[in-house]
Design a protein around this ligand. Structure first.
Ligand code: FAD
Length: 321
């Protein structure tokens, strides 16, 4: 009863990064509870996925070969049955679209408290879960009074487990009640990735609400052209319809890892930073010296972008609009 069971996530055999992160979170927690780390792999292609998530620190992997695609009813039942069989202390799952679909139902079925969107976990006789609120401005710690709990973890908060593991992989024969399967995936439609894939770009010029008006895009496009960069943005720019969704960096956009990321008029909200904190060099242009982006910027230009960008364009041999 000191073990940690963590549910991995994949899409048709394509392992999501959060699966490796949850392995790390589970290992850290299990080191504190004094138990083992069990991973659950549910759906299709389970053996391939199990092979990939078999990393250092994982003690056992349980595969549930049921259904090809993610299915709420299969996951809910499989997780409940695995929990009942393994009797772990804590159940971890990703705070993802899939996770938030089945985890509340599993927690309810298991009659366990549920804490969502954890950014940190600590066990010292009792579980303490850290969450962020108000766009990361407030940190809340929740002391879980019960001995057992279900926690969803925020993607990209833990390092990914690395190194080949030697976990025991076992097939778990879940007894799925077909009459309880109320939903079915009838097909997938790939979202058009658009004209460019910003996650592959080495040099991104990224714009935020600081550009004020759509017509000011021309100025930024001139900089992009002069520097041979790729244009990306924060979410408000996409929400305003000024750029397509495939240009959005962040939690609900793309994760980017360029060599250089120039953030122009971007405040650095936690949801934005989640998508670009892996950039090698971050340059921020912002009038506010206290904007959160300044905390992670390697170079900061505290000035009006409309004063900074034109000379930059000229410096790179570009033409002002
Ligand atoms: P603001 O926060 O308004 O910042 C504008 C910045 O421009 C300010 O720092 C200001 O000082 C500066 N500025 C203004 N004028 C000038 C000037 N003339 N020169 C220089 N600087 C200037 N956001 C994302 O970006 N990506 C996501 O994927 C994403 N996902 C989200 C998911 C959820 C569930 C939620 C709740 C929010 C999400 N957000 C996301 C929104 C996020 O919380 C912020 O609201 C958003 O990132 C702010 O965008 P911004 O920095 O462009 O705008």
């Amino acid at each position: 009863m000191t073990d940690v069971l963590a549910v991995t996530e994949h899409r048709r055999g394509d392992v999501r990064d959060v699966s490796y992160e949850i392995a790390t979170a589970a290992r850290q927690l299990a080191d504190e509870t004094g138990g083992d780390v069990h991973l659950a792999v549910i759906g299709g292609d389970v053996d391939t996925v199990a092979d990939q998530v078999n990393r250092e620190g994982v003690d056992a992997i349980h595969t549930v070969d049921e259904g090809e695609e993610f299915n709420h009813d299969i996951y809910t039942q499989a997780v409940e049955q695995l929990y009942a069989e393994l009797d772990p202390q804590f159940l971890l799952a990703p705070n993802s679209v899939n996770g938030m679909d089945y985890v509340p139902a599993s927690a309810e079925g298991l009659d366990l408290p549920l804490v969502t969107d954890a950014v940190d976990l600590e066990y010292n006789g009792n579980l303490t879960v850290t969450r962020e609120q108000y766009g990361g401005k407030v940190e809340t710690t929740i002391d879980v009074a019960e001995d057992n709990a279900v926690v969803t973890i925020r993607p990209a908060e833990w390092a990914q487990a690395e190194g080949a593991g030697d976990a025991d992989v076992q097939a778990f024969d879940a007894d799925i009640d077909e009459s309880q399967i109320k939903t079915a995936i009838t097909g997938y439609e790939e979202v058009a990735s658009g004209d460019v894939d910003i996650s592959e770009a080495e040099f991104l010029v990224s714009i935020g609400r600081g550009i004020e008006e759509e017509e000011n895009l021309q100025l930024i496009e001139a900089l992009v052209e002069a520097t041979d960069a790729t244009l990306s943005s924060s979410r408000p720019i996409v929400d305003s319809g000024w750029l397509p969704k495939n240009r959005q960096v962040g939690q609900s956009g793309k994760v980017v890892t360029p060599d250089v990321y120039i953030a122009i008029g971007i405040s650095g909200a936690v949801q934005h930073v989640a998508g670009m904190k892996g950039a090698e060099t971050i340059i921020a242009i912002n009038t506010d010296p206290n904007a959160p982006i300044m905390d992670i910027a390697d170079y900061a230009i505290v000035d009006d972008l409309f004063d900074v960008v034109p000379p930059l364009i000229e410096e790179f041999g570009g033409t002002l609009p």
